[in-house]
Design a protein. Structure first.
Length: 745
């Protein structure tokens, strides 16, 4: 059998500068080997290569190739039974079992006409496959408009495999542009399981996983307060580092709401802004809006700017719009702007912060103080011997519409020494806390307008570290035993609300970290008196690779004197606590196996002989798409300076396969003492080869005694888009560790 190989190399699209013909039977003559020019590898004008069993014609005008024809040029490869190649026009006419590969996309048909230099041509009755998107289809004709773009005429598009796809997009014209990585279908009908379920005169979708501009799939949801909600987002890929999503949303009971989500990032800045606006609420007759915006920017070396701004039009916004894309589903909206500077041994900041409170009439909130402004300065240093020092200062103007307000100056120098040695550490510390107030809005004559306070604090933190070789579930490990003692002393000074305001202070939560703090209060308005020592014992299992598998700890604080400082106004009832021993704290955490993680802490009262606080959680994920989370919380404390708590709940969430293709996902938050559900979610997901179905129901408390129920129904077509309402945010927020079913595709 004779096989001919023809190379055509040209520097101009229509000008052939060299032609060489080789016969593959036997060795080529030496003269032919010497005379044959090597193909020039020019990416701008790549050589044309042809292979065939038979070749006839005129090498300067037209060549006819027959049987097993292969033509290659750049990113294009053509295979056919018969090809006529017009050298002058650089045009290929192929007939019979025609296949063409262009930049990874494959087309096969009965007939092809293509200009090789421009990539323009047509193919009849094509069957195509887009490798990068794993998509395929067939058509009446495909028009190649360039090497990067093609239009499918009267065809279908799908990502399903097999001759009978579960879904396909049928369109009069489907434009595929690899340069913009976008597909555009016109007069399109989406057919699912043989039934047309949606139609549109225009739809665009990405051909890769990269972001492209275009309409996103409409989202349809229902809520208790809004009724049917239909949102049709439009995505603008402005630049690789910025984009904008515009989402008009029709709410059947309220009207048309316009929204937008802008994101941007640069070398020295980043941020995002989300806004919603409803001109005339059909129920209230009012204008409704919400905005959330975050911006970070490095203005100069060490100098940084940050802002976090949140607004809502009215108090009922969280209840009336539970599906808001802003942070206005919260009752406390922060508005914060600050400027920070950090040098090698000092930092400074200026901050302006205030809050908008969206009040629930059945559970009102006392508005926090505004900081207008707050100035902070800190200087620090250390030496190689372990001595370190720090001077922290703060000047704040606190504002409030109804409560006592004013200025507060805080000066807090500290000196510490760290003596760290193998097997033990000793860390003494001494600090001085000075506070000066200048108050206004004072209506009670018993309240001082310019109180001052200076209090010293000394502390000593010591510990030992013992180690031994051990095993943990059959694996070699290092077990530690770490006893620790922490002592702190601060003298008593009366600091009730008649003497000092409570701008930013509260009693700290009693937990394992707090028992090693000098002050039992958070903020600078109260400095708790203390003459106490904390004893703790910790044991850890550490594998040889450095991974900490398990940590077990126990701690208790012992007081040598009564704690007398309070937050509120003095009463006839003694506020001091005569207890010399705190509750015992027990802590366990760790990754028992690669699939199982456990976190547990318990607070046991020796005085009451009961466990008054428990937080236990297990997180088990044996493999992808299999996840179970369980948490139990109980709190029945009656602490000093705070109201009694009586709280008990279980929280169960997870994702699990129910059968070969069905998955269940959900969360149950149940209040045991109140015997009612809190926030809950329940959903079903079905994963086919090329589509996913989701049904999710979510219940969210929006006010006292008020809960909103939302339903999400979604059909996601792999490689195209989705129909229905998107439950992804609800699933991720409610089920820690949730994974999309098509995440591994």
């Amino acid at each position: 059998m004779t096989r001919r190989l023809l190379f055509l190399q040209s520097s101009l699209p229509k000008q052939v500068t060299a032609i060489a013909v080789f016969f593959a039977v036997g060795a080529a003559p030496a003269s032919a080997q010497q005379a044959a020019p090597a193909p020039v590898n020019d990416e701008r004008d790549p050589p044309l290569q042809m292979e065939a069993e038979k070749m006839t014609g005129r090498p300067d005008r037209e060549v006819k190739l027959e049987r097993d024809v292969v033509i290659r040029r750049g990113i294009t490869t053509i295979e056919s039974d018969s090809v006529n190649y017009n050298i002058v026009d650089d045009k290929v006419d192929a007939v019979g079992n025609v296949e063409i590969d262009r930049a990874g996309d494959h087309y096969s048909g009965t007939e092809l006409h293509l200009k090789m230099d421009t990539g323009v041509g047509t193919m009849n009755s094509p069957v195509y496959q887009l490798m990068r998107k794993n998509a395929r289809g067939s058509a009446e004709r495909v028009d190649f408009e360039s090497e990067d773009s093609a239009t499918i005429v009267s065809g279908i598009y799908t990502t399903c495999e097999g001759p009978n796809p579960d879904w396909y997009l049928k369109s009069s014209k489907l434009s595929l542009d690899n340069s913009t990585e976008t597909g555009v279908a016109r007069d399109a009908v989406l057919v699912f399981k043989g039934l047309p379920i949606a139609g549109t005169p225009y739809i665009s979708f990405p051909l890769t996983d990269e972001r492209v501009s275009g309409f996103l799939a409409p989202s349809i949801a229902t809520s208790t307060t809004g009724g049917l909600e239909v949102m049709t987002p439009y995505y603008l890929n402005i630049a690789p580092n910025r984009d904008l999503t515009i989402y008009p949303r029709y709410i059947s009971r309220r009207g048309l709401m316009l929204g937008g989500d802008a994101r941007y990032i640069g070398q020295t800045y980043s941020g995002s802004t989300r806004a919603e606006w409803l001109n005339n609420d059909a129920i209230t007759g009012e204008q409704r809006y919400a905005l959330s915006s975050i911006h970070r920017q490095n203005l100069a070396p060490g100098l940084n700017y940050y802002s976090d701004l949140n607004f809502a039009s009215d108090n009922e916004y969280p209840k009336d719009f539970p599906l808001t894309r802003t942070l206005a589903n919260r009752r406390l909206l922060l508005r914060n702007v600050q400027l920070d500077y950090a040098a090698s041994d000092w930092t400074a900041a200026i901050r302006v912060a205030d809050y908008q409170v969206l009040q629930d009439p059945l559970a009102t909130i006392v508005s926090p103080y505004g900081r207008l402004p707050q100035l902070l300065y800190s200087r620090f240093g250390y030496n190689d011997s372990g001595l370190s020092w720090n001077f922290a200062s703060e000047m704040t103007r606190f504002t409030h519409s109804t409560l006592v307000a004013g200025d507060r100056l805080v000066l807090n120098p500290r000196v510490s020494y760290a003596w760290n040695r193998p097997g033990f550490f000793v860390r003494p510390s001494m600090s001085l806390h000075g506070t000066l107030y200048n108050l206004n809005n004072v209506s009670d004559p018993a309240v001082m307008t310019a109180p001052t306070r200076v209090l010293p604090t000394v502390s000593l933190d010591t510990g030992l570290i013992f180690e031994r070789n051990a095993t943990f579930f059959g694996r070699d490990a290092l077990q530690t035993l770490e006893p620790r003692l922490f002592y702190s002393y601060t003298p008593y000074k009366q600091q009730d609300a008649l003497l000092y305001p409570t701008f930013d202070s509260s009693e700290a939560d009693f937990n394992y970290a707090q028992v090693f703090r000098e002050n039992r209060f958070v903020g600078n308005d109260r400095i708790g008196d203390s003459n106490q020592v904390t004893a703790a014992l910790t044991s850890r299992f550490i594998e040889l690779n450095g991974m900490e598998r398990v940590r077990v700890a126990v701690a208790q604080r012992f007081s040598m004197a009564e704690q007398r400082v309070i937050l509120g106004v003095p009463t006839n009832t003694p506020a001091a606590t005569a207890e010399t021993r705190s509750d015992i704290l027990l802590l366990t955490s760790g990754r028992i196996t690669n699939e199982l993680r456990v976190d547990a802490n318990m607070q046991y009262s020796q005085a009451l002989n009961e466990v008054n606080r428990v937080n236990f959680g297990t997180y088990w994920q044996p493999e992808a798409m299999k996840l179970l989370n369980f948490q139990y919380r109980r709190d029945v404390r009656n602490t000093t300076n705070s109201a009694a708590t009586n709280f008990e709940l279980i929280d169960i969430s997870g994702q699990w396969p129910l059968s070969h293709r069905w998955y269940g996902v959900g969360r149950i938050n149940y209040l045991l003492k109140d015997k009612k559900l809190g926030q809950s979610l329940l959903g079903l997901e079905y994963k086919a080869d090329c589509w996913i179905f989701r049904f999710v129901s979510q219940q969210i408390p929006t006010a006292v005694g008020v809960a909103n129920t939302t339903f999400f129904i979604q059909l996601e077509f792999n490689g195209l888009s989705s129909l229905g309402s998107d439950p992804m945010r609800a699933l991720r927020n409610n089920v820690p560790g949730y994974q999309r079913l098509n995440q591994q595709q």
